[in-house]
Design a protein around this ligand. Structure first.
Ligand code: FMN
Length: 168
């Protein structure tokens, strides 16, 4: 079985909560889970599968702990890894930059030798602009706990089921 780590950055615990829910639904894989504020390069390098979550804090910006770690993240050799992204945002107040933080992680990863999994159809969401959209899909799981908390659990469940085949 592949080794999995969930790494999240969270300012008011929404992304942390989502990370914990994802970990719970992946319990059979015994994933590690870490706050990016306390992460080391080795946490990324020693796992086969990286599940990376960030909120968007400041229009279009990564969550602040992700932002602080980002220069190191850019230098990591993640060749051969499987990566899934999730992003928390507010599609009403920030409709022009919804989950852009996830877009920033994606932009960094898409030219690396990694296998990105877990895109979701964008038509399930209501927003104007997002750098985390490519074609008709979000590049990972988009969540809006501020306005659509009621959908969070079912979105996580569906996404976890969709990525499971890539985790064995
Ligand atoms: C100052 C500030 C700026 C924000 N900017 C954005 C944004 O540009 N796009 C977005 O989708 N959400 C934005 N948000 C909403 C947060 O991403 C959202 O509330 C998220 O759930 C916070 O997750 P966290 O508690 O894990 O950090 C912003 C929130 C704050 C407080």
């Amino acid at each position: 079985m592949k080794s999995i780590i969930i790494i999240y950055g969270s300012s008011t615990d929404n992304t942390k909560e989502a990370a914990e829910q994802i970990a719970g639904k992946l319990a059979e894989f015994s994933p590690d889970i870490k706050d990016v504020a306390n992460v080391s390069d080795g946490d990324f390098l020693k796992h086969d599968v990286l599940i990376l979550g960030t909120s968007t804090m400041g229009i279009g910006d990564l969550q602040s702990d992700w932002d602080a770690y980002f220069p190191k993240f850019q230098r990591l050799d993640l060749s051969g890894k499987t990566v899934a992204l999730f992003g928390l945002g507010d599609s009403e107040s920030y409709s022009d930059s919804f989950v852009d933080g996830m877009g920033t992680l994606y932009k960094e990863l898409k030219n690396k030798d990694v296998t990105l999994i877990g895109k979701v159809p964008a038509n399930d969401y209501s927003f104007d602009e997002s750098t985390a959209v490519e074609g008709d899909f979000f590049v990972g799981l988009a969540l809006d706990s501020d306005n659509e908390y009621i959908k969070t659990d079912s979105r996580i469940t569906a996404w976890v089921e969709a990525i499971k085949p890539y985790l064995s």
